[in-house]
Design a protein around this ligand. Structure first.
Ligand code: AHR
Length: 661
């Protein structure tokens, strides 16, 4: 794990440090400034890196309804050979256009078994003693067929087994179920369907879920992953992306209506990240079953106490791919999708789409307030389409704030063009993206200091420090990237009167199936690994405050002078003050924080994230960087901190009258 970092800046920093004087930061505790929106720190969810199927959506069976391009991908038939049997892929397109394929299995194994093995998503993670709910749709069993399901390890040893009752012959598919309990913990188990006897049977939607899901929902989400999201206390959940909204072509775009209703009727499509990159980042087995669809995203936001922030296709496919657009005259169905989405989220249960929401289990409205028009579009073709969307949506729903994009880059021609075109249209919220080297983040902590205070709200909708990496997937989430993001985030926070929403991107990645890095959370089939970047996000999001406070050194905000960065906020509800300070130097720094206006003595604490080595990163089962907190005891008006080299620091102190000593 060795990266090359430019040494010169470090040497210069060290030299500057030895010459630098002690810094005093004046925080005006009694002068709350701009409001900090509750949406300030949110999360950006996209089904990339196996974040949905194979990730947070807890289904363990891959290609459960045989709808992948290769219908038997993920399945091995009679893997040990020998036993007699065969399968036929049948297609009932006319009867079931959304899930046309099923398998007809013919078995001639009077003494042995005919086995079908599903490999899962790079294996299946199972835990000793835990229960797994198996189900499948069956019809027309004949002969004396028997079925047993089993969890097996890579050597074929059985970890748990259960018989499955095949119902009497019927022309309709019916659900058969069984419960499996694993005897061991295994990250790479597989599921076997073992048929005995002779006869035929038709089957579809073969499924296996852990019983222990987030909030115990059947067919739900991985508890460990959602718990990590929950710990961020996100202000919003942006979904479903990302380029996935756009699709490689329009046919491949995200269409929310196809992702709601009965899971069995949601039509699977290829994931746009399946072919985006070449090996080893390609993923021929990457599809969207939509088991995780728009209803589930809204529910997730609801569970997390976050605002739902859906982004919809605006009649444009990804401009990095086909760049197809819908002719302006044909935009109506796209606009109707947006109007219907508002009805699905907020409409009365007597309305068509509000009724579907109620039928799915949520009669109460989801209270959606924001909607994104397009993901990361650019050019006049976007502006034309955006204008048509805005006119229609604002006429029908002036209460919904619309998010517009200024393209994929932090600056430059496309960015300037869009800002110039969009500014006169008075957009509600402008979504800026920046995937930039860590050095850019360090040197742009003042980006929003001069933004127009009367202009649109800013959504820093996708950002991450993109630095060096080695072969280890998680290595790009090194401390350098996280430290640079923390430095930059002090600038976002200081400008919270303009910057209303922010989210790191992408959110998560499977260590064996990723396409893009860095990512906020890495996971394998059993464990999750919060990155240093995750801990930086959490430090900010769980101490977001309600109002900014002036925090000045020599009358200026700390935006990198002597490689120090700072922001301060107060929380008028919890009556706490939080000061965040980043020391990007490779040597310690003395910082005096003057808490101007603080009355009485207060018990303060300091939370620190630090590592002297910028190359350090966390792995899924190996956490090198995590925060620690120490009490500073009672402080009065002034506190002197020795900031560790390369550290992110959070000073917390209660300021309410009852907390006075
Ligand atoms: O976050 C990964 C990708 O980066 C998103 O899909 C896209 O919006 C951006 O280009």
């Amino acid at each position: 794990m060795h990266f090359r970092f430019p040494l010169l800046p470090l040497l210069l920093t060290t030299l500057a440090a030895s010459l630098s004087a002690q810094v005093t930061l004046n925080v005006a505790v009694d002068k709350p400034g701009g409001d900090i929106a509750p949406t300030m720190y949110g999360i950006f969810f996209e089904d990339i890196n196996f974040a949905a199927d194979g990730g947070v959506y807890a289904e363990l069976v891959k290609n459960r309804s045989f709808e992948f391009d290769r219908p038997l991908m993920g399945w091995a038939l009679a893997p040990e050979g020998g036993a007699a049997g065969a399968v036929l892929v049948e297609n009932q397109q006319a009867d079931n256009p959304n899930n046309p394929r099923y398998l007809k299995v013919r078995v001639e194994a009077p003494r042995g078994t005919y086995t079908m093995r599903n490999e899962g998503f790079r294996g299946m993670g199972v835990r000793a003693g835990e229960h797994y709910d198996f189900s499948l749709l069956v019809r027309r069993p004949t002969g004396n067929l028997q079925l047993e399901v089993a969890l097996v390890d890579t050597s074929g040893s059985v970890l748990g087994r259960a018989p499955v009752e095949l119902s009497a012959a019927s022309d309709a598919f019916s659900k058969a179920t069984a419960t499996l309990t694993s005897s061991v913990t295994d990250v790479r188990a597989a599921l076997e369907l073992r048929f005995g006897g002779t006869g035929t049977v038709e089957l579809d939607i073969v499924s296996l879920f852990p019983r222990d899901t987030w909030r115990g929902r059947q067919g739900g989400m991985r508890k460990d992953i959602v718990s990590l999201l929950d710990s961020l206390q996100p202000g919003f959940v942006r979904f479903p992306g990302g380029c996935i909204v756009e699709g490689r072509d329009l046919n491949n775009r995200y269409q929310w209506k196809k992702t709601v209703g009965d899971v069995a009727d949601r039509k699977l499509i290829v994931n746009r990240w399946n072919t985006e990159f070449s090996a080893p980042r390609n993923a021929p087995d990457y599809y969207q079953s939509y088991g995780l669809g728009f209803y589930e995203y809204f529910l997730l936001a609801d569970d997390l106490g976050a605002e739902p922030l859906p982004i919809l296709n605006c009649g444009m496919a990804c401009q990095f791919n086909t760049a197809e657009v819908v002719p302006l005259d044909d935009l109506d169905p796209y606009i109707q999708d947006a109007l219907d989405l508002i009805e699905f989220a907020n409409g009365d249960t007597t309305s068509e789409w509000g009724g579907l929401r109620a039928e799915m289990g949520h009669p109460e409205p989801f209270g959606m307030k924001y909607l994104g028009v397009g993901n990361e579009q650019w050019g006049p073709q976007y502006v034309e389409r955006y204008e048509i969307f805005v006119e229609a949506l604002k006429a029908a729903h002036p209460e919904i704030e619309l998010v517009t994009t200024v393209g994929p880059f932090a600056g430059g021609e496309m960015f300037d063009y869009l800002w110039n075109e969009l500014r006169p249209l008075n957009p509600d919220i402008v979504d800026e993206h920046y995937y930039m080297p860590p050095g850019w983040f360090f040197s742009h902590a003042d980006r929003y200091d001069d933004y127009d205070r009367d202009g649109p709200a800013i959504f820093a909708g996708e950002y991450a420090g993109h630095g060096p990496a080695d072969d280890t997937p998680e290595s790009r989430n090194n401390w350098l990237s996280a430290l640079s993001e923390a430095a930059y985030m002090t600038g976002l926070e200081r400008n919270a009167d303009v910057v209303r929403l922010t989210s790191y991107a992408p959110l998560m990645a499977h260590v064996e199936a990723w396409q893009w890095r860095p990512d906020l959370i890495w996971f394998d089939n059993l464990e999750v690994g919060p990155t240093p970047n995750y801990y930086v996000q959490r430090l900010f999001s769980t101490h977001a405050g309600t109002h900014t406070l002036p925090a000045l050194a020599d009358g200026r905000a700390l935006t990198g002078q002597d490689s120090l960065y700072a922001s301060a906020v107060t929380d008028t509800v919890s009556q706490e003050v939080y000061v965040k300070v980043v020391n990007a130097n490779d040597t310690p720094r003395e910082l005096i924080i003057e808490l101007d206006g603080l009355r009485g003595r207060r018990e303060a604490s300091l939370t620190v994230l630090a590592d002297p080595d910028l190359k350090t990163f966390n792995r899924v089962r190996e956490e090198a960087i995590r925060p620690y907190t120490r009490n500073l005891g009672s402080v009065k008006r002034s506190v002197t901190l020795t900031l560790e080299p390369r550290s992110v620091n959070l000073l917390s102190l209660p300021v309410g009258d009852r907390a006075r000593k």
